[in-house]
Design a protein around this ligand. Structure first.
Ligand code: MN
Ligand code: MN
Length: 296
């Protein structure tokens, strides 16, 4: 943890709000194709709820729910991040009857309930986006830690449900990129320092010179391709999130991940007031409270 300046705090808050806003915006069009979205909404850019989960306007899903549960558990342990803390937090969240839950998350939390062992078995199939979507509180709680300790903390939270090297690479990338943006790095700097190295070490994530990634699945590779195309090619917080969710597919999760990155990059003032107003007020308050608490 670092002594957080006002700018750092505002960007951390924007990352938390961005996660929730991207989730709420994308959930309306989750599992739709871009063509279906265009037919129903034109360009989808308002927090209107609905979708296959029949959400209230501004309501969020598991992406934000798991991240907030994780953040609150880390705070309850005064910033300590252990496998058992994370597993118990996710298990308690699952008991709270969330509106949705990923298959890999459910399977491995049920295994934790049976065995009490907080690490999922390593699996080449568990490269879903369920660990990456909730990594933000770890990024904020470990701001200023040595990079290898940040990476380790990312894996600790991830491996409760997703014990997979491709998921790990994505979680670590997202957390470190969010930290760079929160500290004030530019998109160009993060492109050189984080995005290009990610694609060089994990070529599956390549996203430039490729077709527009539409209908991204829950596979973290497709999720991150859609997010990175939106982040790198589309300027501004609102435009980035609108671009990403209108690709359809796992749109609440691409929205959530784009939201944390774009929130940290563009800052609190770039978030449209109408979106803040439409967001579930309880979620909004938890996001704001958590951002400052995790930094201090
Ligand atoms: Mn969701
Ligand atoms: Mn999703």
């Amino acid at each position: 943890m670092e002594c957080a300046s006002e700018d750092v705090l505002a960007r951390a808050e924007a990352a938390c709000l961005g996660l929730a806003l991207g989730d709420a915006l994308g959930a309306t069009v989750e599992f739709m194709t871009p063509r279906e979205i265009a037919h129903t909404h034109g360009v989808h850019r308002e927090l209107v709820g609905g979708g296959w989960l029949r959400l209230q306007p501004g309501q969020v899903t598991d992406d934000t729910g798991m991240a907030l549960a994780l953040g609150e558990a880390i705070l309850a342990r005064r910033g300590e991040i252990t496998r058992l803390t994370c597993a118990r937090a996710f298990d308690a969240w699952m008991r709270s009857k969330p509106v949705d839950i990923g298959n890999t998350v459910r399977r491995n939390l049920l295994l934790f309930r049976r065995t009490g062992y907080p690490t999922a078995p390593a699996s080449e199939h568990d490269a879903g986006n369920g660990a990456a979507m909730r990594v933000l509180p770890v990024a904020l709680a470990t701001l200023g830690w040595p990079e290898y300790e940040v990476r380790e903390a990312c894996r600790i939270q991830a491996h409760v449900t997703h014990n997979n090297p491709v998921s790990d690479a994505a979680c670590e990338f997202i957390a470190l990129a969010v930290q760079d943006f929160v500290r004030g790095a530019s998109l160009r700097e993060v492109y050189r320092g984080r995005i290009r190295p990610l694609v060089e070490t994990q070529p599956a994530f390549a996203f430039r010179g490729k077709l527009r990634r539409e209908n991204p699945s829950g596979w973290i590779v497709e999720t991150l391709q859609a997010v990175l195309q939106g982040l790198v090619d589309v300027g501004g917080f609102e435009n980035c999130l609108v671009d990403v969710v209108n690709r359809g597919g796992d749109a609440d999760t691409t929205g959530a991940i784009a939201g944390m990155l774009a929130g940290a990059l563009y800052g609190r003032d770039a978030i449209p007031a109408r979106w803040i107003k439409a967001l579930d007020p309880e979620v909004r308050e938890r996001c704001v409270a958590q951002a400052s608490a995790l930094l201090t």
